[in-house]
Design a protein around this ligand. Structure first.
Ligand SMILES: Cc1cc2nc3c(=O)[nH]c(=O)nc-3n(C[C@H](O)[C@H](O)[C@H](O)COP(=O)(O)O)c2cc1C
Length: 357
């Protein structure tokens, strides 16, 4: 494979909020489940992110803002001082190696099991996802979550705010609010999971309301330039159904576009019509990830940024297997293959032992 040309759009810097990302090949958020049971990242996690500082921007794995918001075993949190201290080490390691990092804040909502979180799950409505999830005792059915009462919603928003403040205090460059892939913010947006009869359910404006309030609260706390958001309209990932496929997103982007957020991250098939709707509704930086179905070639990624709607692209599995992915693509070197068996949990194998060039 030929290397990228030096004037490749993918290798040009881009302003994300007030920071200058050195290239447009971002690392997508990737849950790797190597943190301690209490949500404190381990030294291995620090090393993993240090190795990947060549990305224009690292977007961290999904990180819970509270114990109730935890979905998966061994996922990191950012709601205790001990967790924050290790995130500070991660930020330092990435910065020392010339990189930038946002932490992805994810409240799992109904995609959670009491065996993993120690708590009953909460969600916009009491509807089980109808799928199983991994627990330390094997795969289990996910129970019906408890529907949040209206007066509880500011408390959930406050958890996002607290984690965002901790992110900044730890020296991280910003936060990505996870409103994609079926977790709590997406559960509010989607009509299949949100059957509320208060001001937070019903039409698109109402379903977008809570997500807008969370974004506004986080922006008020840490500044819009440090806040990104990820959406996945049209994707069924996370047991999501969206019969009204655009309504809530039109409302959401209409409200967010004027806030001056660092970026919008869309997980969408680049061929889907929804991508042009998103681009029309969004005047800020747009990061595109093509989703699980097909990995785009470097030439296709280049096209998406140079001629297409994206300002940057996020790459997942190839960053798992290639800590030096940007360098490899720059010079046209071959890639290591990712090992799916070691994606979630375990030790250094399949995590920090992928070879550099
Ligand atoms: C092991 C693994 C873990 C993932 N964890 C997350 C996550 O924590 N948050 C998120 O928004 N997406 C997550 N994703 C989705 C990726 O960000 C990305 O959208 C997906 O892998 C498709 O991109 P790719 O083809 O470049 O890998 C995960 C994907 C994989 C393979």
């Amino acid at each position: 494979m030929p290397g990228l040309s030096t004037d490749s759009a993918l290798l040009q810097p881009i302003e994300i909020g007030t920071l200058a990302a050195k290239n447009r090949l971002f690392m997508a958020p990737l849950t790797r489940a190597r943190s301690n049971d209490d949500g404190t990242p381990t030294d291995l996690v620090v090393e993993y992110y240090r190795q990947r500082a060549g990305a224009g921007l690292i977007i961290s794995e999904a990180t819970q803002p509270s114990a109730v918001g935890k979905g998966y075993t061994n996922s990191p949190g950012l709601h205790t001082d001990a967790q924050q201290a290790v995130w500070a080490e991660i930020a330092d390691a990435v910065h020392t190696n010339g990189g930038k990092i946002f932490v992805q804040i994810m409240h799992a909502g109904r995609i959670s099991h009491p065996d993993n979180s120690g708590h009953e799950a909460v969600a916009p409505s009491a509807i089980a996802p109808g799928i199983q999830m991994f627990t330390k005792e094997g795969m289990k059915d996910i129970p019906v979550p408890r529907a949040l009462d209206t007066p509880e919603l500011p408390g959930i928003a406050a958890e996002f705010v607290d984690a965002a403040r901790r992110a900044v205090a730890a020296g991280l460059d910003g936060v990505e609010l996870h409103a994609a892939n079926g977790y709590i913010l997406h559960q509010f947006l989607a009509d299949g999971t949100n059957k509320r009869t208060d001001a937070y359910g019903g039409d698109g404006d109402n379903r977008a309301r809570f997500v807008i309030e969370v974004v506004e609260a986080v922006v008020a706390a840490i500044g819009a330039d440090k806040v990104g958001i990820r959406i996945s309209p049209g994707s069924p990932a996370g047991a999501i159904s969206e019969e009204d496929s655009w309504g809530a997103y039109g409302s959401l982007l209409g409200a967010l576009d004027g806030l001056g957020l660092a970026y919008l991250h869309a997980l969408v098939d680049p061929g889907a019509e929804v991508l042009s709707r998103i681009r029309n509704a969004w005047s800020g930086p747009l990061v595109v990830n093509a989703g699980f179905e097909r990995e785009l070639t470097p030439a296709e990624l280049e096209e998406l940024v140079s001629a297409g709607p994206a300002d940057a692209v996020a790459i997942g599995r190839r960053f798992i297997a290639n800590p030096d992915l940007v360098e490899r693509w720059t010079i046209g070197a071959g890639l290591n293959e990712p090992d799916a068996a070691t994606f979630y949990g375990g030790d250094a194998r399949g995590y920090t032992d992928y070879p550099f060039l």
